[in-house]
Design a protein around this ligand. Sequence first.
Ligand SMILES: [Zn+2]
Length: 89
Amino acid sequence: MGDEADDEAAMMWQNVLDEVASGRPRNLHCPYCEKEVAVITDEQTRRTRITCKDCKRFIEVKLAEVWTPPTSTTIGGNPSNPSNKDKGK
Ligand SMILES: [Zn+2]
């Protein structure tokens, strides 16, 4: 799937993608020039674009391909408590 250039780019960006997938999209650096990158996630399309601020190279991934977000943000407590779920909206 995809052409060779895409595969190569994906390999280059793999470490950065891993960090983003781990929920740490900060202090990331371009695999080409080592400069800082910007991580922008489009919540509507669920795509994340990682752009180098210097050489302008970028990679765009669909979030679900690298990271499966938790279906519930409830940590501890009672996960089946409905009053908890509605808070914060
Ligand atoms: Zn760069």
